[in-house]
Design a protein around this ligand. Structure first.
Ligand code: S3P
Length: 439
């Protein structure tokens, strides 16, 4: 089967209700916490994508049984010290930065060296950002080029608590250290710039020894050694990062309407909603509820008659970090010049996304001014293209692929977009839902 998709026609107006797949961040966290719980944990609507399967394969290699029956995933945890560490263990996080970074926090007590590997994209990403703080606990690391995968972790049985300042706004760094703190002897302190807080909410829900004090620009988190995690049954809500593609597709198609059911709207994830509302898109949350500490709602969005440019406040960056590529498409059609700044972290993702954002926009005929951490987008409300566009060699970044599909369906032209299988990383159902909207 060809791994390329060809799109030659714009999408017609739609008025639909859809379900997107389970939240990736929550799915990976559930797998990791359940692997250390005592008893059988069950999850419904777990995201079945490569990143989550990689997490399952890692815990299986650590001796934890996992079973799927019907649509339920069962993890047979053996308690906080239940991992079976053995010699010459190789673990592969594949494409997942979240998995690679979080799992290291849990492995700092390994009695044998463990090798952590990843695919080509993950092997280019910075792991020093987590091995530096994790070394403070007493673990040691050997990294490829002092920074990358493959790396080897040498654990310790005498882990000291640490004080750690997380100043990138990275939930992966913060979470890796929270998980490491769960294994250290004493109370660790984490002073973290705001970022997604699923790890903290799950730990709180499980009544683990964690205290969180929230201040305007940072969170103060204290974590003590964890002795026991009780089993955890979870119905994973839908992923706002996967929803983002359909939210923007709807916003860009002025006579369309969409409802996305049961989405996690944790306020550390809703940057895209704030940004699009500021740009003039009508979005509302309906049927709001709280589930195990997480906020959930149906998202209703209407196509926008016109879009306004935005000077995006940097405080929204972390809450929209995975959505910027697709947000740039909204800016491409807005009236005026949009400006997104302090976004160096975007180039630390599965591919250098600021660069790919510029590439896609240039293909659309949109002028941009890009620095190493910012982009200005000179919008064109009449944007409509009529040429051939090829998108390839983007390190198989799922979000470059999906953003390109949304651009093709919204702005016209004849697109050949390579590496369709990249969607398996986070959202295998993506093209199926696109087809539902076309019906
Ligand atoms: C994630 C955190 C973010 C995000 C990633 C998922 C998580 O990464 O980009 O897709 O689940 O913790 P950073 O923490 O590096 O910003």
């Amino acid at each position: 089967m060809s791994n390329k998709i060809i799109i030659k026609t714009k999408i017609k107006n739609f008025n639909k209700k859809i379900y997107v797949s389970g939240d990736k961040s929550l799915s990976i966290r559930w797998v990791l916490f359940a692997s250390l719980a005592k008893g059988i944990s069950k999850a419904k609507n777990l995201l079945i994508s490569q990143d989550v399967i990689a997490a399952i394969n890692i815990i299986k290699k650590l001796g934890i049984k996992v079973q799927f029956s019907k649509k339920i995933c069962k993890i047979y945890g053996k308690g906080i010290d239940g991992y079976k560490y053995k010699k010459n263990l190789n673990l592969n996080a594949q494409n997942s930065g979240t998995l690679g970074r979080l799992i290291l926090g849990l492995l700092i007590n390994t009695p044998f060296p463990i090798k952590l590997l990843g695919d080509q994209s993950l092997s280019n990403r910075d792991f020093k950002r987590v091995t530096d703080p994790l070394s403070e606990f007493g673990a040691k690391f050997k990294l490829h080029k002092n920074k990358n995968l493959p790396l080897t972790i040498y654990g310790s049985n005498n882990l000291k608590p640490i004080i750690y300042r997380e100043n990138k706004g990275s939930a992966q760094c913060k979470s890796s250290v929270i998980l490491g703190s769960m294994r250290a002897n004493g109370i660790s302190t984490i002073i973290a710039k705001k970022s997604r807080n699923h790890t903290e909410l799950l730990a709180k829900y499980l009544k683990l020894p964690i205290k969180i004090n929230t201040f305007k620009n940072y969170d103060l988190i204290k974590v003590n050694r964890v002795k026991k995690i009780k089993k955890i049954n979870y119905e994973i809500p839908s992923d706002i990062s996967s929803s983002a593609f359909f939210i923007v597709l709807t916003a860009l198609n002025k006579n369309s309407k969409l409802t996305i059911k049961n989405v996690n709207i944790n306020s550390s994830r809703t940057g895209i909603i704030t940004i699009l509302k500021k740009m003039g898109v009508n979005i509302i949350f309906e049927n709001k509820k709280i589930y195990k500490g997480e906020k959930i709602a149906d998202i209703k969005v209407n196509g926008a008659k016109s879009l306004k440019a935005i000077n995006c406040p940097s405080k929204l960056n972390s809450g929209a970090i995975d959505e910027f590529l697709v947000i740039f498409l909204a800016a491409a059609k807005a009236k005026g010049i949009s400006y997104f700044k302090n976004l160096g972290e975007l180039n630390q993702k599965e591919s250098p996304r600021l660069k790919w954002g510029k590439y896609i926009l240039t293909q659309l005929g949109i002028k941009t001014a890009v620095t190493k951490d910012s982009i200005k987008i000179f919008g064109n409300p009449k944007l409509n293209i009529n040429k051939k566009i090829i998108i390839k060699n983007y390190l198989k970044d799922h979000r470059v692929f999906m953003t390109s599909v949304i651009a093709a369906l919204s702005f016209g032209g004849e697109w050949s977009i390579y590496d369709k299988s990249s969607i398996n990383t986070s959202f295998p159902n993506f093209l199926k839902i696109i087809n539902e909207l076309k019906k």
